[in-house]
Design a protein around this ligand. Structure first.
Ligand code: SF4
Length: 256
Protein backbone atom coordinates (compact mmCIF):
# COMPACT_ATOMS: atom_id res chain seq x y z
CA UNK A 1 0.00 0.00 0.00
CA UNK A 2 1.34 3.39 -0.92
CA UNK A 3 1.09 6.60 1.08
CA UNK A 4 -2.38 8.16 0.90
CA UNK A 5 -2.30 11.06 -1.50
CA UNK A 6 -3.79 14.52 -1.09
CA UNK A 7 -4.58 16.14 -4.41
CA UNK A 8 -5.02 19.55 -2.79
CA UNK A 9 -1.29 19.89 -2.08
CA UNK A 10 0.23 22.62 -4.20
CA UNK A 11 3.87 22.46 -5.11
CA UNK A 12 6.03 25.32 -3.91
CA UNK A 13 7.93 27.28 -6.57
CA UNK A 14 11.28 25.59 -7.09
CA UNK A 15 13.07 28.81 -6.20
CA UNK A 16 11.18 29.40 -2.92
CA UNK A 17 13.53 29.99 0.02
CA UNK A 18 12.06 29.58 3.46
CA UNK A 19 14.16 32.45 4.76
CA UNK A 20 12.66 34.82 2.17
CA UNK A 21 9.13 33.51 2.60
CA UNK A 22 8.85 33.40 6.36
CA UNK A 23 11.34 35.72 8.10
CA UNK A 24 9.06 38.32 9.71
CA UNK A 25 9.97 39.15 13.29
CA UNK A 26 7.41 40.13 15.90
CA UNK A 27 7.62 43.70 17.18
CA UNK A 28 9.03 42.36 20.45
CA UNK A 29 11.40 39.83 18.88
CA UNK A 30 14.48 41.15 20.71
CA UNK A 31 12.74 40.80 24.07
CA UNK A 32 11.62 37.26 23.19
CA UNK A 33 15.16 36.30 22.21
CA UNK A 34 16.53 37.74 25.45
CA UNK A 35 13.99 35.70 27.47
CA UNK A 36 14.87 32.56 25.51
CA UNK A 37 18.59 33.06 26.12
CA UNK A 38 17.99 33.66 29.84
CA UNK A 39 15.78 30.57 30.09
CA UNK A 40 18.39 28.37 28.44
CA UNK A 41 21.09 29.76 30.71
CA UNK A 42 18.90 29.06 33.74
CA UNK A 43 18.15 25.55 32.53
CA UNK A 44 21.83 24.75 31.98
CA UNK A 45 22.82 26.19 35.38
CA UNK A 46 20.08 24.65 37.50
CA UNK A 47 18.94 21.46 35.76
CA UNK A 48 22.10 19.66 34.68
CA UNK A 49 22.34 17.07 33.38
CA UNK A 50 19.87 18.04 30.70
CA UNK A 51 19.70 17.66 26.96
CA UNK A 52 18.11 19.17 23.83
CA UNK A 53 15.85 17.00 21.68
CA UNK A 54 16.34 17.94 18.04
CA UNK A 55 14.31 16.81 15.03
CA UNK A 56 16.57 19.03 12.92
CA UNK A 57 13.58 21.20 12.09
CA UNK A 58 13.68 25.01 12.07
CA UNK A 59 12.90 25.50 15.77
CA UNK A 60 15.49 22.96 16.84
CA UNK A 61 18.34 24.40 14.75
CA UNK A 62 17.58 27.80 16.34
CA UNK A 63 17.85 26.34 19.85
CA UNK A 64 21.06 24.45 19.04
CA UNK A 65 22.49 27.66 17.58
CA UNK A 66 21.69 29.59 20.78
CA UNK A 67 23.16 26.79 22.94
CA UNK A 68 26.36 26.97 20.91
CA UNK A 69 26.44 30.78 20.81
CA UNK A 70 26.16 30.92 24.61
CA UNK A 71 28.63 28.02 25.06
CA UNK A 72 26.12 26.23 27.26
CA UNK A 73 26.89 22.77 28.56
CA UNK A 74 23.87 21.19 26.92
CA UNK A 75 24.32 18.16 24.66
CA UNK A 76 21.92 17.57 21.78
CA UNK A 77 20.30 14.30 20.70
CA UNK A 78 18.57 13.25 17.49
CA UNK A 79 16.26 10.25 17.05
CA UNK A 80 17.39 8.66 13.81
CA UNK A 81 14.34 6.49 13.20
CA UNK A 82 15.65 4.76 10.09
CA UNK A 83 12.95 6.53 8.08
CA UNK A 84 14.26 10.09 7.83
CA UNK A 85 14.57 12.07 4.60
CA UNK A 86 17.96 12.30 2.89
CA UNK A 87 17.83 16.08 3.52
CA UNK A 88 17.48 15.51 7.27
CA UNK A 89 20.32 12.98 7.33
CA UNK A 90 22.53 15.44 5.43
CA UNK A 91 21.79 18.19 7.97
CA UNK A 92 22.49 15.74 10.78
CA UNK A 93 25.98 15.10 9.39
CA UNK A 94 26.66 18.83 8.97
CA UNK A 95 25.41 19.54 12.49
CA UNK A 96 27.59 16.82 14.02
CA UNK A 97 30.58 18.28 12.19
CA UNK A 98 30.03 21.89 13.25
CA UNK A 99 28.22 21.93 16.61
CA UNK A 100 30.22 22.83 19.70
CA UNK A 101 27.67 20.97 21.80
CA UNK A 102 27.99 17.19 21.30
CA UNK A 103 25.29 15.67 19.09
CA UNK A 104 24.31 12.07 19.91
CA UNK A 105 22.23 9.91 17.59
CA UNK A 106 19.80 7.34 18.99
CA UNK A 107 18.47 4.60 16.71
CA UNK A 108 15.75 2.02 17.28
CA UNK A 109 16.54 -1.57 18.18
CA UNK A 110 17.05 -3.04 14.73
CA UNK A 111 15.59 -6.44 15.61
CA UNK A 112 12.36 -4.79 16.78
CA UNK A 113 12.11 -2.82 13.52
CA UNK A 114 12.80 -5.89 11.37
CA UNK A 115 10.21 -7.96 13.22
CA UNK A 116 7.58 -5.21 13.03
CA UNK A 117 8.09 -4.69 9.30
CA UNK A 118 8.09 -8.44 8.64
CA UNK A 119 4.84 -8.82 10.56
CA UNK A 120 2.96 -5.67 9.52
CA UNK A 121 4.66 -4.48 6.33
CA UNK A 122 6.54 -1.28 5.41
CA UNK A 123 3.33 0.74 5.12
CA UNK A 124 1.61 -0.39 8.32
CA UNK A 125 1.30 3.19 9.61
CA UNK A 126 -1.32 3.99 6.95
CA UNK A 127 -3.61 1.12 7.97
CA UNK A 128 -4.55 2.22 11.47
CA UNK A 129 -3.65 4.68 14.21
CA UNK A 130 -2.74 1.73 16.43
CA UNK A 131 -0.18 0.46 13.92
CA UNK A 132 1.17 3.97 13.37
CA UNK A 133 1.63 4.38 17.11
CA UNK A 134 3.24 0.95 17.32
CA UNK A 135 5.77 2.05 14.70
CA UNK A 136 6.40 5.30 16.63
CA UNK A 137 6.83 3.31 19.84
CA UNK A 138 9.61 1.22 18.28
CA UNK A 139 11.33 3.90 16.20
CA UNK A 140 10.86 6.92 18.51
CA UNK A 141 9.60 6.24 22.02
CA UNK A 142 12.02 3.50 23.02
CA UNK A 143 15.07 5.44 21.73
CA UNK A 144 13.70 8.59 23.42
CA UNK A 145 13.60 6.80 26.77
CA UNK A 146 17.28 5.90 26.34
CA UNK A 147 18.15 9.46 25.31
CA UNK A 148 16.49 10.91 28.43
CA UNK A 149 17.82 8.34 30.88
CA UNK A 150 19.58 10.09 33.77
CA UNK A 151 18.56 13.59 32.57
CA UNK A 152 16.86 15.98 34.97
CA UNK A 153 15.34 18.03 32.17
CA UNK A 154 15.07 18.31 28.41
CA UNK A 155 14.65 21.12 25.92
CA UNK A 156 12.25 21.03 22.98
CA UNK A 157 11.21 23.31 20.13
CA UNK A 158 7.48 23.24 20.90
CA UNK A 159 5.63 26.46 20.05
CA UNK A 160 2.06 27.40 20.93
CA UNK A 161 1.39 28.44 17.37
CA UNK A 162 2.13 24.97 15.96
CA UNK A 163 -1.26 23.37 16.64
CA UNK A 164 -4.36 23.50 18.78
CA UNK A 165 -2.90 20.68 20.88
CA UNK A 166 0.11 22.86 21.66
CA UNK A 167 -1.76 26.14 22.26
CA UNK A 168 -1.12 26.03 26.02
CA UNK A 169 2.55 25.01 25.92
CA UNK A 170 4.37 26.72 28.83
CA UNK A 171 7.99 27.88 28.73
CA UNK A 172 8.71 25.52 31.62
CA UNK A 173 6.59 22.40 31.96
CA UNK A 174 6.83 20.80 35.39
CA UNK A 175 3.82 18.54 35.08
CA UNK A 176 5.89 15.45 34.23
CA UNK A 177 8.57 13.71 36.29
CA UNK A 178 11.22 15.32 34.07
CA UNK A 179 11.13 19.09 33.56
CA UNK A 180 10.62 20.14 29.96
CA UNK A 181 11.88 23.52 28.74
CA UNK A 182 10.15 25.01 25.70
CA UNK A 183 12.23 28.17 25.15
CA UNK A 184 10.46 29.08 21.88
CA UNK A 185 6.95 28.59 23.25
CA UNK A 186 5.85 32.15 22.39
CA UNK A 187 7.84 32.53 19.16
CA UNK A 188 6.03 32.86 15.86
CA UNK A 189 7.08 31.08 12.67
CA UNK A 190 8.25 34.49 11.46
CA UNK A 191 10.45 34.87 14.58
CA UNK A 192 12.05 31.47 13.98
CA UNK A 193 12.92 32.33 10.39
CA UNK A 194 14.07 35.83 11.27
CA UNK A 195 16.60 34.27 13.64
CA UNK A 196 17.72 31.74 10.99
CA UNK A 197 18.01 34.39 8.29
CA UNK A 198 19.83 37.02 10.34
CA UNK A 199 22.27 34.59 12.00
CA UNK A 200 22.94 32.50 8.88
CA UNK A 201 21.84 29.29 10.63
CA UNK A 202 22.13 26.09 8.57
CA UNK A 203 18.68 24.56 8.12
CA UNK A 204 16.88 21.56 6.65
CA UNK A 205 16.53 21.81 2.86
CA UNK A 206 13.01 20.38 3.18
CA UNK A 207 11.87 23.76 4.50
CA UNK A 208 12.55 25.19 1.03
CA UNK A 209 10.10 22.58 -0.31
CA UNK A 210 7.20 23.64 1.96
CA UNK A 211 7.80 21.14 4.75
CA UNK A 212 7.28 23.25 7.91
CA UNK A 213 7.39 20.27 10.27
CA UNK A 214 10.15 17.69 9.93
CA UNK A 215 9.46 14.03 10.62
CA UNK A 216 9.85 10.58 9.08
CA UNK A 217 9.64 10.42 5.28
CA UNK A 218 6.58 8.11 5.08
CA UNK A 219 4.62 10.33 7.46
CA UNK A 220 5.53 13.85 6.36
CA UNK A 221 4.55 15.75 3.24
CA UNK A 222 4.74 19.29 1.93
CA UNK A 223 1.82 21.59 2.72
CA UNK A 224 0.07 24.13 0.56
CA UNK A 225 -0.23 27.83 1.34
CA UNK A 226 -2.90 28.39 3.98
CA UNK A 227 -2.79 24.87 5.43
CA UNK A 228 -2.18 24.36 9.13
CA UNK A 229 1.40 24.09 10.29
CA UNK A 230 1.18 20.39 11.06
CA UNK A 231 -1.13 19.48 8.17
CA UNK A 232 1.77 17.62 6.56
CA UNK A 233 2.21 15.22 9.48
CA UNK A 234 0.13 12.01 9.45
CA UNK A 235 -2.23 13.84 7.09
CA UNK A 236 -4.50 10.84 6.67
CA UNK A 237 -5.42 10.90 10.38
CA UNK A 238 -7.78 13.10 12.39
CA UNK A 239 -6.22 16.22 13.89
CA UNK A 240 -6.62 14.88 17.44
CA UNK A 241 -4.33 11.92 16.75
CA UNK A 242 -1.42 13.94 15.39
CA UNK A 243 1.24 13.43 18.02
CA UNK A 244 3.76 10.62 18.06
CA UNK A 245 3.83 10.33 21.84
CA UNK A 246 6.94 12.44 22.48
CA UNK A 247 4.91 15.40 23.68
CA UNK A 248 1.66 13.83 24.86
CA UNK A 249 0.86 13.63 28.56
CA UNK A 250 0.78 10.17 30.15
CA UNK A 251 -2.61 11.03 31.56
CA UNK A 252 -3.91 11.17 28.01
CA UNK A 253 -3.08 7.51 27.46
CA UNK A 254 0.06 7.93 25.40
CA UNK A 255 3.08 5.68 25.59
CA UNK A 256 5.15 8.73 26.61
S1 SF4 B 1 6.48 8.95 12.16
FE1 SF4 B 1 5.85 7.26 10.75
S2 SF4 B 1 7.72 6.15 10.10
FE2 SF4 B 1 8.23 7.53 11.88
S3 SF4 B 1 8.09 6.20 13.63
FE3 SF4 B 1 6.08 7.18 13.45
S4 SF4 B 1 4.83 5.83 12.11
FE4 SF4 B 1 6.96 5.14 11.96
Amino acid sequence: MNAPTDASVLQAPASAKATQLHARPSADFDAKLARTQALLQQAAAEFAPLTQASSLGAEDVVITHIINALSLDVPVFVLETGALHAETLALLERTRATSRAPVTVYQPVQEAVVQFVAREGQDAMYRSIALRKACCAIRKMEPLARALEGRKAWITGLRREQSAARAEVPAIDTTEARVKFNPLSDWTWGDVWHYIATRGVDYNALHDQFYPSIGCAPCTRAISLGEDFRAGRWWWEDEAAKECGLHVKKTEGSPA
